[in-house]
Design a binder for this molecule. Sequence first.
Ligand code: IMP
Ligand code: MG
Length: 176
Amino acid sequence: MIDHSNIRILISEEAIAQRIQALAVEIAAIQPRKLLVVPILKGSFMFAADLIRAMYRAKLSPDVEFMQLSSYRKATTSSGQVDIVKNIESSVEDRDVLLLDDILESGRTLAYAKDLLSARGAASVLTCVLLEKPHKRAVQIIPDFVGFECPDKFVVGYGMDVAHSLRELPFVGVMV
Ligand code: IMP
Ligand code: MG
């Protein structure tokens, strides 16, 4: 457990809510077909819960399935490995799939998931991240929808954790 006294708000609840509604409208504008939304657990759960409800207000009716991936960073090498902890059960064939993640950093997690679902025959695999850290990419991936640009700091809250703590914060914060 980590107490909340040394956390500074980086992106407020209000700013997040406003941006998420706009994202849902952007997503609806591309008129996805047979849309399947796939949040990548665990960090995206709060973002996904809010974005999916915003999609309802934007008149979308997606199916929703979850995928859990874990990525390992080896201190000695720059190559990270991604493992599937939980896979989706639905077929993605001929469907437009939208992957959701909390934050795009090296890009390995999202690139891995995108390749996997593309290989299974999705009509398209689009990606949406709440936060994007620029200049941190180890693999080539450009997200289709981005909530906010994120400073090069370790952020917490709104689903994002430090050792499983601080996911409960309703805003995106930094530890000071
Ligand atoms: P990538 O595969 O390097 O793009 O890693 C993305 C994943 O790393 C995210 O889904 C987060 O789980 C985690 N991550 C990266 N940066 C941060 C951060 O600043 N705070 C919390 N988690 C982070
Ligand atoms: Mg994550």
